[in-house]
Design a protein around this ligand. Structure first.
Ligand SMILES: Nc1nc2c(c(=O)[nH]1)N[C@H]1C(S)=C(S)[C@@H](COP(=O)(O)O)O[C@H]1N2
Ligand SMILES: [Mo]
Length: 240
């Protein structure tokens, strides 16, 4: 067990790292690898920066949601690093494995029998755009309940059909607003947005929100490879 002073120290270090990542030089790199800095980007992100401290100190605190009327139907830009993979929802299986008591491979039919959660949140891409979107899907914590991760599992890997990969801290995975989404703005998720299943959460930047997720792996250790963009220089925690 961590004592309170230790935990405080970790939080403060992470907080410092994040605050420095969100100011100055970090903005010379945009969300998808090229160099693009503009005063607009800085302006868009300033209000979000102010809330970072609060959210790190309360990592499981729910993020306020928007009303349905705030949805910006055309603001979510497609951002895909390579080809769009085409997955057949009829044969699709989501594998959940690693350090768990009961690994599973679930069909879309089985997944859609689990409780459906809907939320209207802001998606933020570090390339300098944001969009208020409604996502519908299954809470990751409900999926964790199904497979029973070992108490040692502190990280989760997400493998995608286009070769994208991500790793998250387990607290963020178990956050009540972290979903495997199969609906966007009340409609079935479009293939470009990650169908049949993608990550959605108001606590992470766009590059953490993997599309076309096929495998979720619980683990006690992070590998050298941490995420597609992280392995190319982006910050790992990627919180908002
Ligand atoms: N598999 C996969 N997931 C991905 C990406 C990707 O290229 N491949 N791009 C990420 C980035 S940078 C962003 S901003 C969002 C964009 O989601 P959208 O295309 O649905 O708007 O997806 C994220 N998830
Ligand atoms: Mo992004």
């Amino acid at each position: 067990m961590l004592k309170i002073p230790d935990r405080q120290l970790i939080i403060n270090r992470r907080q410092l790292f994040k605050l420095s990542a969100f100011s100055g030089a970090a903005w010379l790199l945009n969300g998808c690898g090229t160099s693009l800095y503009s005063p607009q980007v800085q302006r868009i992100f300033e209000p979000l920066n102010q809330s970072i401290e609060t959210k790190i100190l309360n990592p499981t605190q729910p993020v306020p949601e928007f009303p349905i009327s705030a949805i910006e139907p055309n603001a979510l830009l497609i951002n895909t690093f390579d080809q769009t993979p085409v997955l057949d929802p009829a044969t699709f299986r989501l594998s959940i494995d690693g350090e768990v008591a009961t690994p599973v491979a679930l069909s879309m039919g089985e997944l859609q029998k689990l409780p459906l959660t809907s939320m209207v949140i802001r998606h933020v891409c570090v390339e300098g755009w944001a969009a208020i979107v409604q996502w519908g899907g299954i809470r990751l914590r409900d999926l964790a309940d199904l497979v029973q991760p070992s108490p040692q599992a502190r990280y989760v890997y997400f493998q995608s059909a286009d070769g994208y990969y991500e790793s998250w801290d387990i607290a963020s995975v178990l956050h009540p607003q972290t979903l495997m989404a199969y609906q966007k703005n009340g409609q079935p998720l479009a293939i470009e947005n990650g169908a049949p299943l993608r990550l959605a959460a108001p606590i992470k930047l766009g590059y953490k929100l993997s599309k076309w997720v096929t495998k979720i792996t619980f683990t006690s250790q992070l590998a050298t490879e941490k995420g597609y963009w992280e392995d190319r220089g982006y910050e790992w925690f990627g919180g908002i």
